[in-house]
Design a protein around this ligand. Structure first.
Ligand SMILES: C[S@@+](CC[C@H](N)C(=O)[O-])C[C@H]1O[C@@H](n2cnc3c(N)ncnc32)[C@H](O)[C@@H]1O
Ligand SMILES: [Zn+2]
Ligand SMILES: [Zn+2]
Length: 758
């Protein structure tokens, strides 16, 4: 249920260039004239409560906009989506947060959201910048932005996203790459059809095979002989099935349990296959065996067999065909060509870890083993060409594009089917899950491809640059009506990026660095607001997954500086090693944030967690670092379609914005322990406001609202020991309160809204 967005477009490009002169004026004024007559609202850092600390902060209306953004994040905030990153937050939320952190108490943040707001003398620091959501919003608001991330892949993405880019040179470089290597790459994805037509191959379908431990026959790990179905099978029930007897490709009804192969005339069950759950049955001898264990015992990564291809016909239509000798010969040619290339790809071992253990269990011991020989060959041709780009900014940008294409062009990717984006990328599961029926895509691509280098140039780079030139916000124009894009509110994105604080202080507006935010080169009291999003106490270990990209980026750009090590893992990364480790590392970053933050500055961040430990850690880290919680607001979380949330029994659709201040500037008080008198009323009120706006709350949504209000009370305790004691003792009663607020909404079908909306 996605709404099309209409454009509200004024002549914003002319306007933003005319603004630049005023915005860079070192003496900020309260408001300066907007070329259309509307005044630019100039906010300044200052003492006293801020709008984000007001109870009236319009989290319901902002959640609605955030939700619309979440449906198509990559379209609505393309600048920060030029490359994969995990847990990418919603720009809407961070724009509102930044405005609210600088606007004085009493200001209407929702109104300001659609005003041309500028914060020329404000400096915002994000110590966990990830893909740069906070920073892009900061730049749009004309404030100075400092970002740091421990992961080189994140730092590289943000550097590419926020730098100044020469549009003409980018297009010329793309055309030059195309003319140098596209034909070569595409020549490995060609086929002759039965009628003699030459066609481009869009996708090649592979299946993992394993030797039967009893009779040694090679067994295809198909769970179903149907390998291609429509995303909406009720509407389009035709599917494609491969005949288990002769390999013929047959069009079948998706629910057929019996089909007769048009090639060999034998019958088969399209919905069945040798693999079922964790085991497989050998079609030759009927022996049943466990899949993972058998693969592990073989000592090698699993073998694959190609069995079908989807080709693009000269008239623009697509058709499925079986694999022929010509296809096999072409693949063998790619293998020989790869063998002749020197240093064709990075050879780096995969280290054990929570997110890598499943792949290691299938004997994938090196990152390059996740690709087949033809993919490695084509990647190698493209990588070498990109390495030769003389201009470093262009080389970085095309390396970023190349790296982004990797997640769609490997043997962990799979087919989503027709009527949708075709390629399911490898990180759909947040772990490296070996795929039984992988999909190989044409790396250069055709105009009908998904996940290819050329289509991603259009879909990611060009779209990002368009947004950077003319950023927009989304606005819901009344109930049930269309969403509008509102242009002309922001500065262009694109600034010279400083690599040290000294360079930043000498007049740059963006400073990015890669490293542990537990220690920085920022002077004491140098930033007005820390606006961030720490890793949650959960199991996404960013660096274990990011290594997949890191080894290729290093292969192209060379080792040196932060790219030296084989892995992006660091023992300073804030992640869920255990409760103590997580708290200690988070506290270190918050302590550093406290040091660099001005006395009257704000720390604001988003967080959610379904378990008590997740909240206990945050409270302890905040208090150890010298912060107390001033205000908490619920807000729409970013994961409306991502897998992990849909898998959770009690989905969390909300994040909490925690607004914190230095405890030295807050009045401490001993909480009286009266949950019903102090925590219940504001939690109830927030839940009711969300419901009144049409949002259903799961029990976990209610839980995070209650936990946040509890933490807010407790964080003002005179000592940390007393605070932690209070959290633990409040636990039983908290559950009662959660039940009561949840029951008040009558929301037994807890994830109704999530499924309704996605
Ligand atoms: C939840 S993500 C931030 C996502 C970001 N808000 C976005 O929208 O893309 C947390 C980030 O913290 C980074 N990180 C973890 N430990 C860190 C540390 N000690 N210093 C700096 N960054 C760290 C991770 O690499 C990750 O990118
Ligand atoms: Zn057998
Ligand atoms: Zn057949």
């Amino acid at each position: 249920m996605k709404r099309a967005a209409a454009d509200i477009r004024n002549d914003s490009s002319a306007r933003s260039s005319r603004w630049e002169a005023s915005v860079l004026d070192p003496t900020p004024q309260l408001a300066f004239a907007h070329p259309d007559g509307e005044s630019v609202v100039c906010l300044e850092p200052g003492p006293g409560p801020r709008a984000i600390e007001d109870d009236e902060f319009q989290f319901e209306a902002l959640s609605d906009i955030a939700e619309v953004e979440s449906w198509r994040k990559e379209i609505n905030r393309p600048t920060t989506h030029i490359h994969k990153w995990w847990a990418q937050r919603l720009g809407t939320v961070f724009r509102a947060l930044t405005i609210g952190a600088f606007a004085p108490s009493g200001a209407n943040v929702f109104d300001l959201f659609y005003k041309p707001v500028r914060i020329p003398s404000g400096t915002v620091f994000d110590p966990f910048m990830g893909s740069g959501t906070t920073l892009a919003e900061t730049v749009k608001l004309g404030a100075k932005a400092i970002g740091r991330d421990i992961n080189p892949v994140a730092h590289f993405l943000v550097k590419c996203a926020l730098s100044v880019h020469d549009r003409k040179a980018i297009l010329e470089t793309f055309r030059a790459i195309e003319s140098d290597v596209a034909d070569d790459v595409r020549s490995y994805y060609r086929a002759t059809l039965p009628d003699g037509t030459q066609a481009d191959v869009l996708y090649i379908f592979w299946v993992k095979t394993v030797d039967c431990p009893s009779c040694a026959a090679s067994v295809d790990l198909f769970g179903s002989q149907i390998f291609a179905r429509h995303a909406y099978p009720k509407k389009v029930p035709q599917a494609q099935a491969v005949c288990p007897h002769c390999g013929g490709i047959n069009a079948v009804h998706v629910e057929d349990r019996e089909a007769k192969c048009s090639s060999c005339r034998k019958s088969f069950d399209p919905g069945a296959g040798p693999a079922k759950g964790q085991g497989a049955t050998c079609p030759s001898c009927d022996h049943n065996f466990p899949i993972a264990k058998t693969i592990r015992a073989s000592g090698n990564p699993p073998a694959h067999r190609m069995y079908a291809k989807l080709v693009l016909l000269p008239d623009g239509s697509k058709s499925y065909h079986p694999i022929t000798d010509e296809d096999r010969a072409l693949y063998a040619k790619a293998e020989r060509a790869l063998a002749k290339r020197e240093n064709a790809y990075p050879v780096v071992a995969i280290e054990p870890g929570y997110n890598t253990s499943q792949a290691l269990g299938y004997n994938y011991r090196h990152w390059h083993e996740m690709f087949n020989a033809r993919q490695l060959l084509c990647l190698s041709i493209l990588a070498e060409r990109i390495r030769g780009i003389p201009d470093p900014v262009l080389r970085d940008l095309f390396t970023c594009l190349f790296s982004g294409a990797l997640e769609f062009n490997n043997m962990f990717a799979s087919y989503k089917g027709e009527g949708t984006g075709a390629v399911r990328h490898m990180f759909a599961h947040h772990i490296l899950k070996p795929e039984r029926v992988p999909l190989e895509a044409n790396l250069w691509g055709t105009p009908k491809s998904s996940g290819s280098f050329s289509t991603m140039f259009e879909g990611r780079i060009r779209r990002a640059l368009e947004y950077a030139d003319d950023p927009f916000e989304l606005r819901i124009a009344g109930k049930g009506s269309k969403t509008e894009k509102v242009f002309g509110l922001s500065e262009r994105i694109g600034a010279p990026v400083a690599e040290t604080y000294r360079a930043f202080a000498n007049g740059k507006r963006v400073y990015l660095s890669c490293g542990d935010s537990g220690s920085t080169d920022l002077p004491d009291g140098s930033v007005d607001a820390v606006i961030t999003d720490p890793p949650f106490f959960d199991n996404v270990h960013y660096s274990q997954l990011a290594d997949f990209f890191h080894v290729w980026q290093r292969h192209i750009l060379g080792a040196g500086g932060y790219r030296e090590p084989d892995t992006t893992r660091s023992d300073r990364e804030v992640q869920n090693a255990d409760e103590g480790g997580f708290t200690e590392r988070l506290a270190a970053v918050l302590r550093e944030s406290h040091r660099v933050l001005k006395e009257d500055g704000l720390l604001a961040f988003t967080y959610h967690h379904s378990r008590l430990e997740g909240w206990r850690c945050v409270l302890q880290a905040l208090m150890e670092a010298g912060f107390g919680i001033s205000t908490v607001h619920p807000i729409k979380a970013e994961m409306s379609v991502a897998m992990p949330k849909l898998q959770a029994k009690e989905p969390i659709d909300l994040d909490i914005i925690l607004v914190c201040r230095k405890r030295s500037c807050m009045k401490t008080h001993r909480w009286n322990g009266d949950l019903w008198g102090t925590v219940a009323p504001p939690a109830q009120a927030q839940a009711e406001r969300l419901r009144a706006s049409g949002r259903r709350l799961s029990r976990n949504d209610v839980r995070i609202i209650v936990m946040a209000q509890l933490l807010r009370q407790i964080s003002r305790s005179p000592t940390m020991e007393s605070a932690l004691h209070l959290v633990d003792t409040a636990n039983g009663e908290t559950e009662m309160l959660i039940d009561r607020i949840h029951a008040a909404g009558g929301e037994s079908k807890s994830n109704e809204r999530a499924t309704e909306r996605t």
